[in-house]
Design a protein around this ligand. Sequence first.
Ligand SMILES: NC(=O)c1ccc[n+]([C@@H]2O[C@H](COP(=O)([O-])OP(=O)(O)OC[C@H]3O[C@@H](n4cnc5c(N)ncnc54)[C@H](OP(=O)(O)O)[C@@H]3O)[C@@H](O)[C@H]2O)c1
Length: 246
Amino acid sequence: MLPSSPSARSLYSAAVAQATPDPVAIIGASGALGFGVATRLGGAGVPIAIGSREFARAVETVERAREIVPDASFSAHHNDDAVRAAAVVILSVPFRNQSETLANLRHALSPGQLLIDATVPLAAAVSGKATRMLGVWQGSAAQQALEMVPDGVRVVSALHTISAASLSDPEHPLDQDVLVCGDSRDDKREAAALIQRIEGLRCVDCGRLEMSRTTESLTALLIAVNARYKAHAGVRLTSLPDSLWE
Ligand SMILES: NC(=O)c1ccc[n+]([C@@H]2O[C@H](COP(=O)([O-])OP(=O)(O)OC[C@H]3O[C@@H](n4cnc5c(N)ncnc54)[C@H](OP(=O)(O)O)[C@@H]3O)[C@@H](O)[C@H]2O)c1
């Protein structure tokens, strides 16, 4: 069970922080969201395998991340080697590159791995507005990911509503929810246990993977709101029970 009240969560974090977690691969860690997730998770004691299409860019990303969290464990890899080094893979690439990236990683992904997909099909991916969504034949970017990974790779979606700018700024308190979708409660719980290592993030089970169509579209809403208020707002659901992952 994952506690969800702030005080219970900090006790939980203290308990789990004692065990060294397995490495997590981040594909797209040189980019805005991936870098923020890498520094926050790295700062929370998770060893991070930084993946890039270019090894030199992975090395440069590790150096940048170490400037923010010097004590964290970061390693640089080509994308496929990063995937092979980890049980959990976070995919954080632009929508227009998601299918190509997963096709390139097909031989590296293996049954039992958990893929956390953060891709948002914004129209900006095809030179449209960032406040508009693209239609995706499969229903959502996450469902496209599920269609592309080898059998046995588990897919959940999360992190769409967290701004990269707030993640990358270690001084910025997060205090927001992460909307998690997936077809297996256990897979969502595993993703939540990882993401909730980041202080200030509470994961909410938002239902089956097909609900990603809705959670992904909230990014477009937040971009519109943040442009108006020059802010980095996220989402916070109210009146939920204290324990969300029993
Ligand atoms: N930025 C945000 O605040 C935010 C928030 C929530 C969700 N998201 C979603 O998260 C995903 C990543 O967003 P981002 O802003 O971090 O994107 P980004 O900075 O534009 O790109 C992320 C990484 O994707 C890789 N990439 C770029 N072009 C590629 C290509 N042609 N083929 C394969 N890989 C390529 C690059 O890594 P390498 O060159 O090192 O391989 C790049 O650093 C998007 O789907 C976005 O909608 C973003």
